[in-house]
Design a protein around this ligand. Structure first.
Ligand code: IPE
Ligand code: IPE
Ligand code: MG
Length: 238
Protein backbone atom coordinates (compact mmCIF):
# COMPACT_ATOMS: atom_id res chain seq x y z
CA UNK A 1 0.00 0.00 0.00
CA UNK A 2 3.00 2.27 0.30
CA UNK A 3 3.76 5.14 -2.04
CA UNK A 4 5.98 6.70 0.60
CA UNK A 5 3.46 9.43 1.36
CA UNK A 6 1.22 7.72 3.89
CA UNK A 7 1.05 9.23 7.28
CA UNK A 8 0.59 6.79 10.10
CA UNK A 9 -1.85 7.88 12.79
CA UNK A 10 -0.03 8.17 16.08
CA UNK A 11 -3.05 6.98 18.06
CA UNK A 12 -5.76 4.63 16.76
CA UNK A 13 -8.75 3.74 18.92
CA UNK A 14 -11.23 0.98 18.20
CA UNK A 15 -14.79 0.37 19.35
CA UNK A 16 -14.79 -3.40 18.97
CA UNK A 17 -18.44 -4.12 18.22
CA UNK A 18 -20.42 -6.99 16.71
CA UNK A 19 -19.35 -10.05 18.69
CA UNK A 20 -22.95 -10.99 19.46
CA UNK A 21 -24.11 -10.66 15.85
CA UNK A 22 -21.08 -12.66 14.68
CA UNK A 23 -22.08 -15.48 17.04
CA UNK A 24 -25.70 -15.36 15.91
CA UNK A 25 -24.63 -15.54 12.26
CA UNK A 26 -22.57 -18.65 13.04
CA UNK A 27 -25.24 -20.36 15.13
CA UNK A 28 -23.16 -19.88 18.29
CA UNK A 29 -23.68 -18.31 21.71
CA UNK A 30 -22.89 -14.62 22.33
CA UNK A 31 -20.00 -15.61 24.60
CA UNK A 32 -18.44 -17.59 21.74
CA UNK A 33 -18.49 -14.34 19.78
CA UNK A 34 -16.58 -12.60 22.57
CA UNK A 35 -14.04 -15.44 22.62
CA UNK A 36 -13.55 -15.08 18.87
CA UNK A 37 -13.25 -11.32 19.34
CA UNK A 38 -10.17 -11.94 21.48
CA UNK A 39 -8.50 -13.49 18.41
CA UNK A 40 -9.08 -10.26 16.49
CA UNK A 41 -7.55 -8.32 19.40
CA UNK A 42 -4.39 -10.42 19.17
CA UNK A 43 -4.10 -10.07 15.38
CA UNK A 44 -4.77 -6.32 15.28
CA UNK A 45 -2.47 -5.57 18.22
CA UNK A 46 0.42 -7.39 16.60
CA UNK A 47 -0.16 -5.75 13.25
CA UNK A 48 -0.44 -2.25 14.73
CA UNK A 49 2.81 -2.77 16.66
CA UNK A 50 4.53 -4.08 13.55
CA UNK A 51 3.42 -1.00 11.58
CA UNK A 52 4.87 1.30 14.24
CA UNK A 53 1.63 2.77 15.57
CA UNK A 54 2.53 4.42 18.87
CA UNK A 55 -0.81 4.07 20.71
CA UNK A 56 -3.62 1.57 20.16
CA UNK A 57 -6.75 1.96 22.30
CA UNK A 58 -9.35 -0.80 22.55
CA UNK A 59 -12.81 -0.35 24.07
CA UNK A 60 -13.35 -3.74 25.73
CA UNK A 61 -16.15 -3.11 28.26
CA UNK A 62 -18.25 0.00 28.77
CA UNK A 63 -19.90 1.25 31.94
CA UNK A 64 -23.22 0.64 30.19
CA UNK A 65 -22.32 -2.99 29.46
CA UNK A 66 -23.17 -3.83 33.10
CA UNK A 67 -26.77 -3.67 31.89
CA UNK A 68 -26.29 -7.02 30.11
CA UNK A 69 -27.27 -10.34 31.72
CA UNK A 70 -24.95 -11.37 34.56
CA UNK A 71 -23.75 -14.50 32.81
CA UNK A 72 -22.51 -12.35 29.89
CA UNK A 73 -20.75 -9.72 32.05
CA UNK A 74 -19.14 -12.52 34.07
CA UNK A 75 -18.00 -14.25 30.89
CA UNK A 76 -16.51 -10.98 29.63
CA UNK A 77 -14.59 -10.48 32.90
CA UNK A 78 -13.32 -14.06 32.74
CA UNK A 79 -12.24 -13.47 29.16
CA UNK A 80 -10.33 -10.35 30.21
CA UNK A 81 -8.53 -12.37 32.92
CA UNK A 82 -7.75 -15.11 30.42
CA UNK A 83 -6.54 -12.58 27.87
CA UNK A 84 -4.09 -11.08 30.36
CA UNK A 85 -2.76 -14.50 31.38
CA UNK A 86 -2.33 -15.71 27.82
CA UNK A 87 -1.20 -12.48 26.16
CA UNK A 88 1.32 -11.03 28.61
CA UNK A 89 4.16 -13.18 27.16
CA UNK A 90 3.23 -12.00 23.64
CA UNK A 91 3.14 -8.39 24.79
CA UNK A 92 6.65 -8.86 26.21
CA UNK A 93 7.85 -10.51 22.99
CA UNK A 94 6.48 -7.60 20.93
CA UNK A 95 7.82 -4.92 23.34
CA UNK A 96 4.27 -3.64 23.96
CA UNK A 97 3.42 -1.63 27.08
CA UNK A 98 -0.10 -2.40 28.24
CA UNK A 99 -2.25 0.06 30.21
CA UNK A 100 -5.78 -0.52 31.57
CA UNK A 101 -8.09 2.46 31.99
CA UNK A 102 -11.60 2.71 33.43
CA UNK A 103 -13.49 2.85 36.71
CA UNK A 104 -12.00 0.19 38.98
CA UNK A 105 -14.72 0.50 41.60
CA UNK A 106 -17.04 -2.13 40.15
CA UNK A 107 -14.29 -4.52 39.10
CA UNK A 108 -13.43 -7.57 41.19
CA UNK A 109 -10.14 -7.51 43.10
CA UNK A 110 -8.99 -10.44 40.94
CA UNK A 111 -9.40 -8.42 37.74
CA UNK A 112 -7.77 -5.32 39.25
CA UNK A 113 -4.78 -7.35 40.53
CA UNK A 114 -4.16 -8.97 37.16
CA UNK A 115 -4.50 -5.66 35.33
CA UNK A 116 -1.95 -4.10 37.72
CA UNK A 117 0.40 -7.05 37.34
CA UNK A 118 0.22 -6.83 33.53
CA UNK A 119 0.85 -3.07 33.61
CA UNK A 120 3.84 -3.60 35.88
CA UNK A 121 5.31 -6.48 33.86
CA UNK A 122 5.01 -4.61 30.56
CA UNK A 123 5.65 -1.15 32.03
CA UNK A 124 9.23 -0.80 30.78
CA UNK A 125 8.51 -1.91 27.22
CA UNK A 126 9.40 0.79 24.74
CA UNK A 127 7.33 -0.18 21.67
CA UNK A 128 3.63 0.43 21.16
CA UNK A 129 1.38 1.40 24.06
CA UNK A 130 -1.79 -0.71 24.14
CA UNK A 131 -4.60 0.86 26.15
CA UNK A 132 -7.49 -1.42 27.12
CA UNK A 133 -10.61 0.31 28.40
CA UNK A 134 -12.50 -1.76 30.96
CA UNK A 135 -15.57 -0.34 32.72
CA UNK A 136 -14.93 2.96 30.98
CA UNK A 137 -17.20 5.73 29.80
CA UNK A 138 -16.34 9.13 28.40
CA UNK A 139 -18.72 10.99 30.72
CA UNK A 140 -17.28 9.13 33.71
CA UNK A 141 -13.75 10.17 32.67
CA UNK A 142 -14.70 13.87 32.57
CA UNK A 143 -16.56 13.62 35.88
CA UNK A 144 -13.76 11.80 37.70
CA UNK A 145 -11.41 14.53 36.43
CA UNK A 146 -13.60 17.25 37.98
CA UNK A 147 -13.97 15.32 41.23
CA UNK A 148 -10.24 14.63 41.48
CA UNK A 149 -9.39 18.22 40.68
CA UNK A 150 -11.66 19.50 43.45
CA UNK A 151 -10.41 16.88 45.89
CA UNK A 152 -6.71 17.37 45.29
CA UNK A 153 -6.69 21.10 44.52
CA UNK A 154 -9.51 22.79 46.47
CA UNK A 155 -8.41 26.22 45.25
CA UNK A 156 -7.25 25.61 41.67
CA UNK A 157 -5.76 28.37 39.60
CA UNK A 158 -8.67 29.62 37.48
CA UNK A 159 -9.57 29.64 34.70
CA UNK A 160 -8.44 26.10 33.87
CA UNK A 161 -6.85 25.59 30.49
CA UNK A 162 -7.59 22.67 28.17
CA UNK A 163 -4.12 21.38 29.01
CA UNK A 164 -4.45 21.58 32.77
CA UNK A 165 -7.90 19.93 32.67
CA UNK A 166 -6.62 17.14 30.37
CA UNK A 167 -4.05 16.42 33.06
CA UNK A 168 -6.83 15.06 35.27
CA UNK A 169 -8.35 12.75 32.65
CA UNK A 170 -7.39 9.08 32.92
CA UNK A 171 -5.70 9.41 29.51
CA UNK A 172 -3.12 11.90 30.81
CA UNK A 173 0.09 11.69 28.79
CA UNK A 174 -1.61 9.92 25.87
CA UNK A 175 -2.14 12.03 22.73
CA UNK A 176 -5.75 12.36 21.53
CA UNK A 177 -6.78 9.67 19.02
CA UNK A 178 -6.15 10.52 15.36
CA UNK A 179 -8.37 7.75 14.04
CA UNK A 180 -11.36 5.98 15.56
CA UNK A 181 -12.53 2.71 14.01
CA UNK A 182 -15.92 1.22 14.87
CA UNK A 183 -16.90 -2.18 13.56
CA UNK A 184 -20.34 -3.78 13.01
CA UNK A 185 -22.01 -0.92 11.14
CA UNK A 186 -23.17 1.12 14.13
CA UNK A 187 -22.62 4.83 13.56
CA UNK A 188 -22.15 6.12 17.08
CA UNK A 189 -19.53 6.77 19.73
CA UNK A 190 -21.34 4.98 22.60
CA UNK A 191 -19.78 7.13 25.32
CA UNK A 192 -16.15 6.34 24.45
CA UNK A 193 -13.46 9.04 24.85
CA UNK A 194 -15.75 12.08 24.49
CA UNK A 195 -13.30 14.85 25.35
CA UNK A 196 -10.34 13.18 23.63
CA UNK A 197 -12.15 12.52 20.33
CA UNK A 198 -13.07 16.16 19.69
CA UNK A 199 -11.07 16.14 16.42
CA UNK A 200 -10.60 12.45 15.74
CA UNK A 201 -11.25 11.12 12.23
CA UNK A 202 -14.12 8.62 12.42
CA UNK A 203 -14.19 5.42 10.37
CA UNK A 204 -17.11 3.01 10.38
CA UNK A 205 -17.09 -0.44 8.84
CA UNK A 206 -19.78 -3.12 8.67
CA UNK A 207 -17.21 -5.87 9.38
CA UNK A 208 -18.06 -7.60 12.66
CA UNK A 209 -15.25 -7.41 15.21
CA UNK A 210 -14.39 -11.16 15.32
CA UNK A 211 -13.78 -10.99 11.53
CA UNK A 212 -11.63 -7.84 11.67
CA UNK A 213 -8.08 -8.55 10.47
CA UNK A 214 -5.07 -6.93 8.78
CA UNK A 215 -6.82 -6.05 5.44
CA UNK A 216 -9.63 -4.32 7.36
CA UNK A 217 -7.13 -2.35 9.42
CA UNK A 218 -5.29 -1.42 6.23
CA UNK A 219 -8.56 -0.20 4.68
CA UNK A 220 -9.12 2.07 7.69
CA UNK A 221 -5.59 3.46 7.44
CA UNK A 222 -6.08 4.08 3.74
CA UNK A 223 -9.30 5.99 4.40
CA UNK A 224 -7.50 8.00 7.08
CA UNK A 225 -4.84 8.93 4.54
CA UNK A 226 -7.48 10.35 2.23
CA UNK A 227 -8.90 12.62 4.92
CA UNK A 228 -7.99 16.28 5.06
CA UNK A 229 -7.65 17.29 8.68
CA UNK A 230 -8.31 20.99 8.91
CA UNK A 231 -8.95 21.53 12.64
CA UNK A 232 -11.19 24.46 11.78
CA UNK A 233 -8.59 26.15 9.59
CA UNK A 234 -8.46 26.38 5.81
CA UNK A 235 -6.17 24.37 3.61
CA UNK A 236 -2.78 25.94 3.08
CA UNK A 237 -2.70 25.10 -0.63
CA UNK A 238 -5.97 27.02 -1.33
C1 IPE B 1 -18.86 -5.96 21.39
O1 IPE B 1 -19.77 -6.85 20.81
C2 IPE B 1 -18.33 -6.45 22.72
C3 IPE B 1 -18.78 -5.64 23.87
C4 IPE B 1 -19.56 -4.61 23.82
C5 IPE B 1 -18.31 -6.07 25.16
P1 IPE B 1 -21.30 -6.89 21.24
O2 IPE B 1 -21.46 -7.87 22.34
O3 IPE B 1 -21.81 -5.53 21.54
O4 IPE B 1 -21.95 -7.45 19.92
P2 IPE B 1 -23.34 -7.04 19.28
O5 IPE B 1 -23.36 -5.56 19.14
O6 IPE B 1 -24.40 -7.53 20.21
O7 IPE B 1 -23.36 -7.74 17.97
C1 IPE C 1 -19.71 -0.29 22.67
O1 IPE C 1 -20.43 -1.36 22.16
C2 IPE C 1 -18.88 -0.71 23.84
C3 IPE C 1 -17.76 -1.61 23.56
C4 IPE C 1 -17.36 -1.99 22.39
C5 IPE C 1 -17.04 -2.06 24.72
P1 IPE C 1 -21.94 -1.63 22.60
O2 IPE C 1 -22.43 -2.77 21.79
O3 IPE C 1 -22.03 -1.76 24.06
O4 IPE C 1 -22.65 -0.26 22.17
P2 IPE C 1 -24.15 0.10 21.81
O5 IPE C 1 -25.00 -0.45 22.92
O6 IPE C 1 -24.46 -0.55 20.51
O7 IPE C 1 -24.17 1.58 21.72
MG1 MG D 1 -22.68 -4.10 20.40
Amino acid sequence: MSNGKEKLPEHVCIIMDGNGRWALAHGLKRNDGHRQGAEAVRAVTEYAAELGIAYLSLFAFSEENWGRPKQETEALMTLILEYIRKETPNLMKNNIRCVFLGDRNNLSSGVVERMDACMETTGNNTGMTLIIFVNYSGKWDVLQAVNRLLETTPTPELPLSYESFSGYLTTVGIPDPDLMIRTSGEIRISNFMLWQMAYTELYFTSVLWPDFRKPDFEAALKAYNNRKRRFGKIEESN
